[in-house]
Structure formats: structure tokens, C-alpha cells
Design a protein around this ligand. Sequence first.
Ligand code: AP5
Ligand code: MG
Length: 218
Amino acid sequence: MLGPPGAGKGTQAERLHEDFGLLHIATGDILRAEVANGSTLGSEAKRYMNDGELVPDEVIISMITQRVGGGEARDGFVLDGFPRNRQQADALRDALAALDRRLNATLLIEVPDDELVRRLAGRRMCVKNPSHIYHVEFDPPKHADVCDQDGSRLVQRDDDREETIRTRLGVYHSQTEPLIAYYDGAGLLRRFDGRRTPDEVHDHIRATVATLKLEEEL
Ligand code: AP5
Ligand code: MG
């Protein structure tokens, strides 16, 4: 899953998990859990995340390749937030080749920058489960600041401040966007109009993944 901050990667990856039982591997969620645990990795990562910069590749690459090689990923996985630059993309290609596996598709969700700022500023996240994502205007919970799914408190992410959002968008354009051409060249790229409603984006992505799955099984 590829796309700028706030494009809806987490929202859609969680739905793919429900539709197809794919393991949802979200680098941001894993890092935030490390920060909350107060681990060494978490305290190192926190500095970069709060500034909106990328956490160093060596930390991220081993964290993700471990999960991709694990038993839970055996029947398929969705990567959300990884790879984010060319080094990470090359490391992923090598790790998958060593496992005799490959990517089936790169799902790109496209949304213009001004819309992304509105989305991130209004995002709320469940304190217990980061996959439960809301928006005060576009996808509000039934009761303000309470998660519909488990009744937990909803919070704002530390990096969803306007200044940090601008840095994250800059990092995306300079470091991650070149991966669009990389995956297009590999024949894997599928584009989705992320300005549509979450349900419409979901319908399109689900149809694409269902077709890919059928082709794989033939
Ligand atoms: P990460 O957690 O991955 O953040 P991100 O890429 O900035 O993306 P977001 O999670 O903010 O957005 P999303 O696309 O998931 O959107 P969502 O579904 O929530 O990374 C955070 C940090 O960790 C990075 O800055 C970096 O420091 C570090 N990091 C992570 N991975 C790394 C890596 N590989 N290498 C190095 N460092 C790494 O939706 C957003 C909002 O919009 C929600 O409120 C939602 O309800 C709403 N919404 C969703 N879809 C729609 C729609 N169609 N219409 C209207 N509203 C919508
Ligand atoms: Mg996310």
C-alpha cells in the first residue's frame, strides 16, 4: 500500500485484512507500540516520528523482514507504510526473493496535499487498537471521542500537528514518491482515486485484489 500521509492506507489495509484475512503490517503502528512500551527502539524512533522524519532504514528493515518471514504472514500480507524509499524497496525485494515469494501489487492511493492536511488534522485513533481510525467530520464515531468498536477513548496522534504534517508531506514527495515509478516499471502499480469516500475506495481496491487473487489461483 503506497500513498501520502492521510491518504487512507491504514483505513483500507484494515478492510483488506477483514475481506481477505491478509496480515496487516503497519510500520507506523508497530513503531508507536514500541514508543508506548518505552523500549530502546521506541525511544530512538520517537525523535524522528515527532519531527515527521523517517526512522533510519536499518531499524525499519529488520523489523519488517522479520514479520514478512513469520508464520502469520504465510497466507498473505498487506504492507502499510513500508517501503518508503528506494533502499527499503530493494531490501524488501531481496528479503522476499530469499523466501521465494514476491509482491502481487502496489496499491497507490492518490490524494492532493490540501485535502491530506484536513484529514490528518481531524483524525482520531483508538487508544487501545490503532487500526480503529475515525475522522471528526468524514468518519465520525457514534459518540464523540469514544471508539465504536471497543468503547475505548479516542486520541489524536502526536505527529498530526500542522507543522509536522507539512514535514511528513515533504518527506513523502522527496523520498517515497519515486517508488511510484519504481513499481510502475515493475508492472505492479495500481492507482486509486483517494478523494472518493472510504467505501468507494474500498470497493475499487477490493475488486482489484479479488481479481489478482483469482489470477494467482488459476
Ligand atoms: P505512519 O503511521 O505510516 O504514517 P503516514 O504514512 O504518515 O500515514 P498515516 O497513518 O498518517 O495515514 P494513512 O494513509 O494511514 O491514513 P488513515 O487511514 O489513517 O508513519 C508515521 C511515522 O512513523 C513516519 O512519519 C516515520 O517517522 C515513521 N515510519 C513509519 N514507517 C516508516 C518507514 N518505512 N521508514 C521510516 N520511518 C517510518 O486516514 C487518515 C484520516 O483520513 C483518518 O481520519 C480517516 O478516517 C480519514 N479518511 C481515510 N480515508 C478517507 C476518505 N476516503 N475520505 C475522507 N476521509 C478519509
Ligand atoms: Mg496509517
